[in-house]
Design a protein around this ligand. Structure first.
Ligand code: FPP
Length: 247
C-alpha cells in the first residue's frame, strides 16, 4: 500500500521540524562540489513543503542555516545565501497560491543585506496566509535563542516589569523566536546522523525523533509519509502511563 494511504488523517503531527542533512555527502558521492548538493536540496525542500500542504501539516520548520554554519568556507556560505535568495524569488508565487505563510527564526540580522531584505519582503507578502506556516531557521542556534530569552527576561525583572516569581514556562515560551508556533511533535533528521545539533532544544521536549539514512537531496514525499506512519504508531505518553492514556 502507498505510504500516504496508511496515514491516519486524524492523527497528523501539528508541527514537523526537519534537520535537512547530507547535501555535501550526496554531492561528493557523485564527484561534484558540495554546492551541487545544496542546489538539489532545494528540490527536496519543495517536495516536503508540498507534501505538508497536501496532508495538511500546519507547521513545518526547516533547519536551513545554523549559527555554527557561519564557520563553513566563505564560498559555501555564499552559495547557501544565494540559494536562499533565488529560492525565495522563485517560490513566492507558489507560497501565495497554496496560502502558505513564510516565517523565519534565528538571528536574522546576521544575514547578508540582500537575503534579509528578500526574506522580509516574502514574509510581509505572505503574512495573512492561513493554510500552513513554513518557518525557515536561519542563522539559528537554540543556545543563542535561550541566551537571548534569558537576557530579555532579566532586563524586564531589572526594570520591575515582572517579578522573578512570575517567570514560568509560558513567559519563557513568549520570548523565544518560536513564540507563535506550537511545540514540535515530530523531528526528522536525514543522512544517518543521530543528534540534535543545537536545534529547537526547548521546543522538542516531547517531540518524537525520527532518523533516516536518506540524504536530504534524495528525500521525497514518500519518505515523509513513511516517517508519519512510524510517528502514528508510537504512543505519546507525555509522562503518563499507558493505562492512563487508554482509559
Ligand atoms: C546540510 O547538509 C544542509 C545545510 C547546511 C543547508 C540546507 C540547505 C538547503 C537544503 C538548501 C537551501 C535551503 C533553502 C531553504 C532555500 P550538509 O552540507 O551539512 O551535508 P553533509 O553533512 O553531507 O556535509
Amino acid at each position: 500500500m502507498n505510504p500516504k494511504d496508511r496515514i491516519d488523517a486524524s492523527k497528523l503531527p501539528k508541527h514537523l521540524a526537519v534537520i535537512m542533512d547530507g547535501n555535501g555527502r550526496w554531492a561528493k558521492k557523485q564527484g561534484f562540489f558540495r554546492s551541487f548538493g545544496h542546489e538539489n536540496g532545494t528540490k527536496a525542500v519543495r517536495e516536503i513543503v508540498e507534501a505538508c500542504a497536501e496532508l495538511p501539516i500546519p507547521y513545518l520548520t526547516l533547519f536551513a542555516f545554523s549559527t555554527e554554519n557561519w564557520n563553513r568556507p566563505k564560498a559555501e556560505v555564499e552559495t547557501l545565501m544565494k540559494l536562499l535568495v533565488s529560492s525565495l524569488k522563485k517560490e513566492i508565487d507558489t507560497l501565495e497560491e497554496h496560502n502558505i505563510k513564510l516565517n523565519a527564526i534565528g538571528n536574522l540580522e546576521a544575514l547578508p543585506k540582500k537575503a534579509f531584505k528578500e526574506l522580509k519582503e516574502v514574509m510581509e507578502k505572505t503574512k495573512s496566509n492561513k493554510h500552513m506556516t513554513l518557518t525557515l531557521a536561519l542563522s539559528y542556534g537554540s543556545r543563542e535563542e535561550i541566551t537571548k530569552t534569558i537576557k530579555e527576561i532579566s532586563l524586564k525583572v531589572k526594570n520591575n516589569l515582572i517579578s522573578p516569581s512570575d517567570i514560568d514556562e509560558s513567559v519563557i515560551n513568549n520570548h523565544l523566536y518560536t513564540k507563535d508556533l506550537p511545540d514540535v511533535d515530530l523531528l526528522i533528521r536525514t543522512s544517518g546522523e543521530q543528534r540534535i545539533s543545537n536545534f529547537l532544544l526547548w521546543q522538542i521536549a516531547y517531540a518524537e525523533l525520527y532518523f533516516t539514512e536518506t540524504l536530504w537531496p534524495d528525500y521525497r514525499k514518500n519518505h515523509l509519509f513513511e516517517a508519519i506512519v512510524d510517528y502514528q504508531n508510537r504512543e505519546r505518553r507525555f509522562g503518563k502511563t499507558s493505562e492512563q492514556l487508554n482509559n
